[in-house]
Design a protein around this ligand. Structure first.
Ligand code: ADP
Length: 164
């Protein structure tokens, strides 16, 4: 059997310790893991897709995680999954609020291709209320985000807000 390849899709605007925790744990099941950053025109992202790719790569390097590819896509996730030759989609589950959305997305993707499995990883308790939005909100008003994101991400946020 060939080793299954998995994709971890999301906005990653920017990547947080919550995402990184999922990456670490998902890799135990899927040594071949690709982070796929979505260029979603419906969501107002703070960082461009190119910036998010770079920030994600830098954060992984800073955390000593190697061998995780980072790419981006626009359009349907399932098309990206096919293009990259993956067989599973990794997502993270935080509090209740994530469940409906993740369930809907997993079922839709299964409808589109029943060979692709979605695997949901439960968040670590300490990250269960951590989101990219919260991090941006705290940082925007000058709060300390060092327990939420690696240093390189903190710096990228400082630079972004200083330029606005
Ligand atoms: P999206 O806009 O696609 O939800 P995100 O970057 O917000 O993109 O999240 C990508 C995935 O990572 C989602 O499955 C989300 O539930 C999960 N995730 C985000 N933050 C955390 C966290 N703190 N703990 C566990 N999973 C998380």
């Amino acid at each position: 059997m060939t080793m299954p390849k998995a994709i971890y899709p999301g906005s990653f605007d920017p990547i947080t310790y919550g995402h990184i925790d999922i990456v670490r744990r998902a890799r135990k099941l899927f040594p071949k893991l690709i982070i796929a950053i979505v260029a979603n025109p419906n969501k107002n992202a703070l960082f461009s897709v190119e910036e998010r790719e770079r920030i994600t790569r830098d954060a992984l390097t800073e955390m000593g995680i190697d061998g995780v590819e980072v790419t981006s896509y626009a359009g349907l996730l399932i098309d990206c999954v096919h293009k990259l030759g993956a067989s599973a989609v990794v997502r993270g589950l935080r509090a209740n609020s994530d469940f409906d959305y993740e369930f809907q997305m997993a079922l839709t993707n299964r409808d589109l291709d029943s060979d692709i499995e979605t695997v949901l990883f439960m968040t670590a308790g300490k990250y269960s209320f951590l989101s990219s939005s919260i991090v941006k909100e705290v940082k925007r008003f000058g709060g300390n985000i060092s327990s939420f994101v690696p240093d390189s991400v903190d710096k990228a946020l400082s630079k972004k807000f200083a330029s606005q």
